[in-house]
Design a protein around this ligand. Structure first.
Ligand code: GLC
Ligand code: GLC
Length: 828
């Protein structure tokens, strides 16, 4: 069952029923100001940091689920409705939500009155613009009223939802004309404020939530003021400050009126915080006056429909440009819309927000993840390489000089998060991959010389190359009894906690390590990760390639020797005959082996082991892929492990706490499905790669949205696995490494357009039925029009390549001069 459709020409998903199986959201803003907006206009906004600088309030895990946001209420002679249906839920005569690239348009119609609301965050602007177009489609004049509402968050979202003894007494506002200012704590220690304005006169307002609702017993679905068609004109004094405008409108038949609301954020320099004079029309309870110059300028910028149209146009152009860098035309529309539109769009969102704020992440719990952000760059780097470079330097600056890393950092402070700490064994390796991806995209070898400090030596002179070096050797220097990397607290899978042995409720599996390992430095020196071993052998060659390019032959040879040794150790101790084991636990027992009672096979190490060609000479690669197909494959994707754990294994930790089929216990963790898709493509099984891809790529789930539940235009972290009662049900949509990795899987492995250090490789591994495909790729200043022909209907193999009509040996397009170049590839 579907709840809408893709409008590919407009790059929109169009939702035509407000009762989607879960709130289907979009993200507005891609620089400093961000909003989450659901298909019924629920959600919230923040500036840069969803925890520390929250602008509007949101109640998570609410009943009903998605309550609170920015709403418009219309009172049309007693019929009260919202353009987005919720919160009043009056049945509408027409409803539509169009989620587009950085904007959302929600349209509702009731009794011949139409309200079309466009929400967007313009480029280089710290505010959400909401343009409301009201049209009287009836044959008579209509008089009605419109209320807006936004509830302020008192800045720190964590404190805001816990510290009520203080927060119910701190709220402050100012009102000037049609603008309501939120100034809580401004006089004291803050220099930022927020505002909500409308570009017209108003007939009343409210700034105190309970006055707007009329009673503490009312919800957003039933505000007294809206029902009575009479604002309370309340002035907030503590409690919960809000901003609501009241406006009476009369429209002749066929007439339209446009109102432009702006929800904005601004900061003042310390010495310009206050205005010298108090304007006559200012409503305040304070003896001081907020300096509103910045707000005035922001309001001026979008106070007419023409200016709004120009802002939208600029946003559209920005996205059209971003999406023109890589563009394909394959025989499959669903692939085209994923690659050309939605997957790239999601990559921008994950790059911006890591795992911080979604409808499954509260924005409070997590900052930017070290491994997460490094992987996000893999799917984003071609869009705005300069931003990727800046991010790489920020991330690397939180690394320690021994190669260890803080697992997370706060975007506002850019400092490693001490609560979570480090010792996640895989973290450093992802940075080798992301820096290499950046160089492959741009050819900017200069990043290796960039001055990048270590967290424990903030003033020292260090280079990015040194960071890569300590990252690589952090693995080499932390090996266990079988010569495999120590697993430490977790190794990509946050729920395999081999040093935890936790039997006490509330201990965090990620940060708690059992005191019995204290003497060993905090974690087991026996537990080893075969996954990190395979990630090391997959990533290591990029490091070697960098050293070779820099003509550091000795260092390259030394690193290569470590990779070769690791491959040997894996074959000796971690190959189980038909697949690679997952780990050795702290008791020295195998995890993810035929010998185990449950969890005999895990997905994680397999893809990277195959792509590292570990044991290829004895057929380990194909045996492994066949085992995955046999034990992990099911209707909706590949499960993470099998059989699912049915007991608590204290030696494994969190993974065995989930009911079978969910999350890391045999859920379909789409992130690592991508690694298998890459591996299938790598070995040339293009049919299989595509089959695995089409099980999880969101556009392919559209028809079964009632089962899949989450948005059909973006990946979620997890889909219920074959052991789950809710088999096929998606969760944790939007913020997942799947976005980047499946972008890599489809573009670089299946379609095979892959940046390498010295050019652009084209090595497709496609379904054999395809006659070919075309792609446009902008790369290092040139544009390549690539035509791939598959006359013999093979899955993989490049027989011939021409660039601008001239035959080129192999399948790497050399770096070319700017301008457009025609590339033809014949498979066979
Ligand atoms: C989540 C985390 C990621 C982790 C994965 C597996 O997606 O963001 O860091 O690797 O779960 O536990
Ligand atoms: C991390 C992971 C998530 C995992 C959770 C367990 O947040 O991202 O996948 O389930 O840890 O607490």
């Amino acid at each position: 069952m579907k709840f809408g459709f893709f409008d590919d020409a407009k790059k929109e998903y169009v939702i035509n029923s407000p009762k989607t199986p879960y709130p289907w959201i979009n993200y507005l803003g891609n620089q400093g100001f961000f909003s989450l907006i659901s298909n019924t206009a629920g959600g919230y906004c923040f500036y840069k940091d969803a925890r520390l600088r929250r602008i509007t309030r949101y109640r998570y895990n609410n009943v009903p689920l998605d309550m609170g946001g920015r709403y418009f209420y219309i009172n049309d002679n007693g019929t009260i409705w919202n353009p987005g249906w919720s919160p009043v839920k009056t049945p509408l005569d027409f409803y539509e939500c169009r989620h587009g690239m950085g904007y959302t348009v929600i349209t509702g119609k009731k009794n011949d009155l139409k309200a079309e609301v466009t929400f967007f965050v313009p480029q280089n602007y710290d505010g959400e613009v909401q343009q409301v177009v009201l049209t009287n489609e009836s044959k008579e004049a209509k008089s009605f009223s419109i209320f807006s509402i936004a509830e302020w968050c008192l800045w720190d979202a964590q404190d805001d939802c816990t510290n009520f003894q203080r927060n119910f007494s701190t709220g402050r506002v100012e009102i000037e004309g049609s603008t309501i200012y939120h100034v809580t704590e401004y006089r004291d220690r803050r220099n930022h404020y927020a505002f909500y304005t409308v570009n017209d006169t108003i007939d009343g307002y409210d700034t105190d939530r309970d006055s707007f609702l009329g009673s503490i017993y009312n919800g957003w679905d039933n505000p007294e003021t809206v029902k009575a068609d009479k604002p309370a004109n309340s002035f907030a004094d503590g409690w919960s400050p809000v901003a609501s405008h009241y406006k009476k409108v009369t429209l002749a038949p066929g007439e339209s009126k446009t109102l432009i609301y702006i929800l904005g954020y601004a900061e003042n320099p310390q010495d310009k915080k206050f205005a010298a004079e108090k304007p006559a029309n200012l409503l305040t309870r304070e003896t001081w006056v907020l300096n509103k110059e910045k707000a005035y300028a922001m309001i001026e910028k979008y106070n007419t429909p023409e200016k709004v149209a120009a802002g939208l146009e600029e946003l559209r152009n920005t996205w059209n440009d971003l999406l023109s860098i890589f563009n394909v035309n394959t025989p499959d529309d669903k692939v085209n819309r994923m690659v050309n539109i939605w997957n790239q769009y999601q990559c921008m969102v994950t790059f911006n927000l890591s795992r911080s704020a979604s409808y499954f992440e509260s924005g409070i719990g997590r900052g930017m993840g070290f491994r997460d952000s490094n992987q996000d760059i893999l799917g984003f780097v071609h869009q705005i390489p300069e931003r990727a470079r800046e991010r790489l330097i920020d991330i690397a600056s939180t690394q320690l000089s021994d190669g260890g890393c803080y697992h997370q950092y706060q975007p506002l402070t850019k400092k490693g998060n001490a609560d979570i700490g480090g010792d996640f064994s895989d973290d450093p390796l992802w940075m080798i991959l992301s820096v290499a991806a950046y160089i492959k995209e741009t050819g900017d070898w200069g990043i290796l010389d960039a001055n990048v400090p270590f967290d424990d030596d903030p003033n020292g002179k260090h280079t990015m190359l040194e960071h890569l070096n300590v990252s690589f050797y952090h693995i080499v220097n932390n090996l266990g009894p079988h010569g495999l990397p120590l697993a430490m607290r977790a190794d990509w899978n946050d729920c395999i906690n081999l040093s935890c042995f936790s039997d006490t409720p509330g201990e965090s599996f990620q940060t708690y390590t059992n005191p019995k390992f204290a003497a060993e430095g905090g974690y087991s020196k026996v537990a080893e990760s075969a996954f990190v071993a395979a990630l090391f052998t997959y990533t290591g060659p990029a490091f070697v390639g960098i050293l070779e390019h820099l003509r550091k032959a000795d260092e390259a040879a030394k690193a290569q020797a470590e990779i070769d040794k690791m491959k040997k150790n894996v074959m000796e101790s971690a190959f189980d005959g038909d697949w690679f084991i997952r780990a050795y636990d702290a008791n020295g027992e195998k995890m993810g082996s035929k010998e185990c009672e449950e969890g005999k096979i895990f997905i994680e190490p397999q893809g990277f082991a195959v792509m590292s060609e570990i044991g290829k000479d004895v057929g380990a690669d194909i045996k492994t892929l066949n085992s995955i197909d046999k034990y992990l494959n099911c209707e909706y994707g590949l499960v993470l492990n099998n059989p699912a754990f049915t007991k608590y294994y204290i030696q494994y930790g969190e993974i065995s706490t989930y009911p079978g089929g969910y999350k890391e216990n045999a859920g379909i963790f789409t992130h690592n499905n991508a690694w298998i898709i890459c591996a299938e493509a790598y070995v040339g099984r293009g049919d299989k790669a595509f089959e695995d891809y089409s099980k999880i790529a969101p556009a392919f789930t559209e028809e079964t949205s009632d089962i899949h539940k989450t948005e059909p235009y973006v990946y979620g972290q997890m889909i219920g696995g074959k052991d789950a009662k809710n088999f096929g049900q998606g969760k944790n949509s939007w913020l997942t490494g799947t976005a980047a990795w499946n972008m890599v899987a489809i573009s670089q492995y299946i379609l095979g357009v892959q940046p390498v250090f010295d050019g652009l490789k084209v090595d497709p591994s496609i379904p054999h039925e395809w006659d070919g495909f075309t792609a446009v790729r902008k790369f290092r200043g040139a544009t390549f029009n690539i035509t791939v022909k598959n006359p013999e209907h093979v899955c993989k193999g490049v027989k011939a390549m021409t660039v601008d009509g001239k035959a080129v040996e192999g399948n790497v397009i050399p770096v070319c001069e700017s301008g457009t170049h025609e590339v033809e590839i014949v498979m066979g």
